[in-house]
Design a binder for this molecule. Structure first.
Ligand SMILES: Nc1ncnc2c1ncn2[C@@H]1O[C@H](COP(=O)(O)OP(=O)(O)OP(=O)(O)O)[C@@H](O)[C@H]1O
Ligand SMILES: [Mg+2]
Length: 240
């Protein structure tokens, strides 16, 4: 009954609203599937054989990808209808960067990638939404590792420049050609080389990152040379 009501009234919904409702509805069942899979894989309910474990791990990885996609779709619709909200509090940015790097250490090891962090100054606390800014940092580090070559390097740095702090993430990866530079911050854009290297990914990360940084009063930019590597940076005002 409820479904028919939704369809009957569908034309009066805007596409962004439909995506937002659908992704919101998918969030709960997907989280529940993920929870049950994690319990099964912990083997608290009984031992699994090698093949069962392998299959369940695969299902879990795919479920995580769907959860990420649903989160990104929700973020995009929130940005498009201009309803992005920030919960600001005094935040130690260096601490957030270290947390993100720790979470990406496994992926870096799997790609044989050297991940390092350099910071020179003592930093004041920034009045920012730490969850949203970490989402940006996560995406930039994820990209730098995912679109890198084997035995590549990722150097993360944080420094002060006048009344701003600047975060940079430099990699020795595939780089970005002149022709694709305009598309990098647009929705759903993924280069063919990037798709070949990392099949998962929705091409929404940088679109969302740009909106988060700009709405936090900052700027985001990159420099890149095809085949040599890229550096993605953002700046945030110290006082906001
Ligand atoms: N460090 C990088 N080196 C080379 N290409 C990059 C880099 N970062 C981004 N790109 C290019 O920009 C595209 C868009 O990046 P973005 O982070 O928005 O999406 P994604 O990584 O493909 O997917 P996701 O939405 O999961 O983040 C990538 O697919 C890739 O083609
Ligand atoms: Mg990405």
């Amino acid at each position: 009954m409820e479904k028919r009501y939704f369809l009957k009234n569908a034309p009066q919904y805007k596409l962004a609203e439909i995506i937002s409702v659908v992704s919101h509805q998918l969030k709960t069942p997907l989280s529940s599937i993920k929870g049950y899979l994690e319990v099964l894989l912990s083997e608290d309910l009984g031992q699994l054989n090698k093949q069962q474990k392998e299959y369940l791990k695969d299902v879990l990885e795919n479920t995580r990808q769907m959860i990420d996609l649903v989160r990104d779709l929700l973020d995009v619709t929130i940005i498009e209808v201009n309803r992005i909200e920030f919960k600001k509090s005094p935040t130690d940015l260096a601490k957030i960067i270290k947390k993100s790097m720790k979470e990406f250490s496994l992926l870096a090891r799997a790609k044989n990638c050297d991940l390092s962090f350099e910071t020179l100054n003592e930093f004041p606390l920034l009045n920012i939404d730490s969850i949203k800014i970490k989402q940006v940092i996560d995406n930039l580090i994820d990209n730098a590792i995912s679109y890198n070559k084997r035995k590549g390097e990722v150097k993360v740095s944080l420094f002060k420049k006048g009344k701003k702090v600047v975060f940079c993430c430099k990699d020795t990866g595939i780089g970005i050609s002149e022709g694709e530079k305009d598309k990098i911050f647009t929705k759903f854009y993924r280069s063919e080389e990037a798709i070949a290297l990392a099949t998962r990914g929705s091409g929404l990360g940088l679109f969302i990152s740009k909106a988060i940084i700009e709405k936090s009063g900052g700027k985001i930019w990159f420099k890149s040379k095809k085949g040599k590597g890229s550096v993605f940076c953002f700046s945030l005002p110290i006082k906001s």
